[in-house]
Write a protein that binds this ligand. Sequence first.
Ligand code: HEC
Ligand code: HEC
Ligand code: HEC
Ligand code: HEC
Ligand code: HEC
Length: 484
Amino acid sequence: MIRMVEGGVRQWLSPLVYLSSNWISLLGVVAVTTASILWLLHLPLYLRGDVDNPYTGILTFLVLPGVFFVGLVLIPLGIVREIRRRRKRGEPARVFPPLEWHNPELRRLVAFFGVTTLANLIIGSQLTYRAVHYMDSVTFCGKTCHKVMAPEFTAYQGSPHSRVACVACHIGPGASWFVRSKLSGVGQVFATILNTYPRPIPTPVANLRPARETCEQCHWPQKFGADRLRILTKFAEDEANTRMLTVLLMHIGGGHEKRGIHGAHLDPGVTIEYAHADPGRQTIPWVRYSNSITGRTTVYLAADATPETVRNLPRRVMDCMDCHNRPTHAFDSPTAAVDRAMAQGQIPPTLPWIRKVGVELLQKEYSDRDAVARLIPAALEQYYRKEHPAVFAKFRDEIVRAGRALVEIHQRNVFPEMKVTWGTYPNNIGHMDFPGCFRCHDDRTSADGRKITQDCNSCHRVLAMDEPAPKILSDLGLLQANGH
Ligand code: HEC
Ligand code: HEC
Ligand code: HEC
Ligand code: HEC
Ligand code: HEC
């Protein structure tokens, strides 16, 4: 009886004998046990409903099963290879060693399983917990692939969203989108390692999740509505850097207002689709407005388009991102950046000619970031020394400060390694530096005489434009000697 049981067990265990002597199967065993144990450790996290964390899901749904199945395949693979090898050499198939403790082969096997399991338990519990948190962090997204993400990470740091995690917009909550984004992420990781990723990183992001599912975690349309006063400060290219103020009352709309910018595109029932002629979505020859509540559908064609020329173009449903494509990675134009730095005082507005020469220096080409840091301050000093010696004598400190601020502006916006320079990434809000709203709002007319309007007061009321001292601001008590 005992002998029969022993024989059965032996037979059943006999493949194991090959494990101790071939490294492929050993590797498989390690993989399988590691994955199983880590998965078990993850289970409680999952049962508690922590699915909102995309990386928990990546680990439990993608990485661990991947490791597990690879391990499962490796075990028989190693055994088959071992049997073949022995057969080739004419060695007899091995019999199972006696199950006795003094047999070194068995001891090795037992010790091996014991040590790896213990190590898995200790290391695994620590590592997974931390890895999940780490991968979710801005540090991981922005810094791990430092060079690749440097432009986006830099712009992000100074943005209204600098406290919002990258994954909140790029992946969002729920289980299906992290799988999608991580499947493409695997490709991106390889591209980074192999150094084959595109420079600059192309925009728009092709597989970005629809904005309404990400942005609306924090900004829901019902909350919009009130008009918003925007005061833009600019400086002229004259000796005195004359300050000019533009005042706009933005008709944000939406929410309960049922009008305005958000209302026109996002109110319940409204769907706006468009066809774009370029991958960057900058040329939009066809737009269709439909409203399921009023039942109206209107098709607009650009002046130079016909139904035939737009038939095969890719289409898209408009969402937040078609206007707010730079909510956080906002790069400036040289003029906008210098205006802002002057308004905030980093570049002293009292320094004669600085608006003009500052912008010129930013627009020059430099080989790398070190060259920028050396050449801009030197060129600025040289300019004043040669062209305006009196200014140079009087404004030494200001010139040094301005030089430093210009270097900072350049390094925040231009990334030679990533081929990102002024204007690489268009900003679709507005219509000054890029077509933006005017991609559609060019007064194009539908067959029944409706328009996508370019009326200056439909999106904003222009309360003042490039005035040194707008009356509206003094009326509101907002006009001050410095700043606005
Ligand atoms: C407020 C939401 C938001 C946050 C937070 C955010 N992004 Fe983005 N990101 C976007 C949008 C919107 C785009 C442009 C999408 C488009 O045009 O299709 C984008 C584009 C990108 C691109 C593509 C290149 C480009 O500039 O268009 C990269 C790379 C990127 N983001 C990385 C990051 C990293 C790294 C972080 C965290 C440091 C981050 N993002 C945080 C919204 C966000
Ligand atoms: C996790 C929350 C969160 C998400 C997700 C988020 N935002 Fe924001 N957003 C904020 C916060 C916080 C602010 C700053 C509010 C403030 O300054 O009063 C902000 C500000 C803004 C502003 C105003 C900026 C300004 O100049 O005042 C815009 C526009 C905006 N977000 C658009 C977006 C868009 C578009 C998306 C989706 C791509 C998005 N946000 C996703 C939290 C979020
Ligand atoms: C048709 C273009 C367009 C679309 C679509 C759009 N926005 Fe806006 N949004 C604007 C403009 C323009 C402003 C005003 C910017 C300014 O004040 O300079 C704005 C302002 C905002 C602000 C700041 C509001 C305030 O009171 O300061 C937030 C937040 C915002 N949008 C979020 C969103 C979100 C989220 C979506 C998608 C659900 C969205 N927007 C869709 C054009 C758009
Ligand atoms: C993809 C095309 C497209 C883009 C880009 C676009 N719009 Fe529109 N917009 C439309 C359409 C279509 C309508 C509605 C026309 C209609 O009622 O048939 C509209 C209507 C409006 C209206 C209402 C106009 C009125 O007559 O009352 C405002 C305001 C507006 N848009 C603001 C903006 C702003 C601001 C931007 C840029 C940030 C912008 N739009 C970008 C397509 C676009
Ligand atoms: C479809 C909507 C729309 C129409 C039509 C429109 N604007 Fe604008 N305008 C905007 C938006 C959006 C901004 C950007 C505000 C911001 O900076 O966030 C803007 C910004 C501006 C600015 C300040 C930008 C700068 O950098 O100086 C001026 C000036 C301006 N518009 C003037 C005009 C004039 C003049 C017209 C008529 C020809 C006009 N706009 C028509 C939407 C519109």
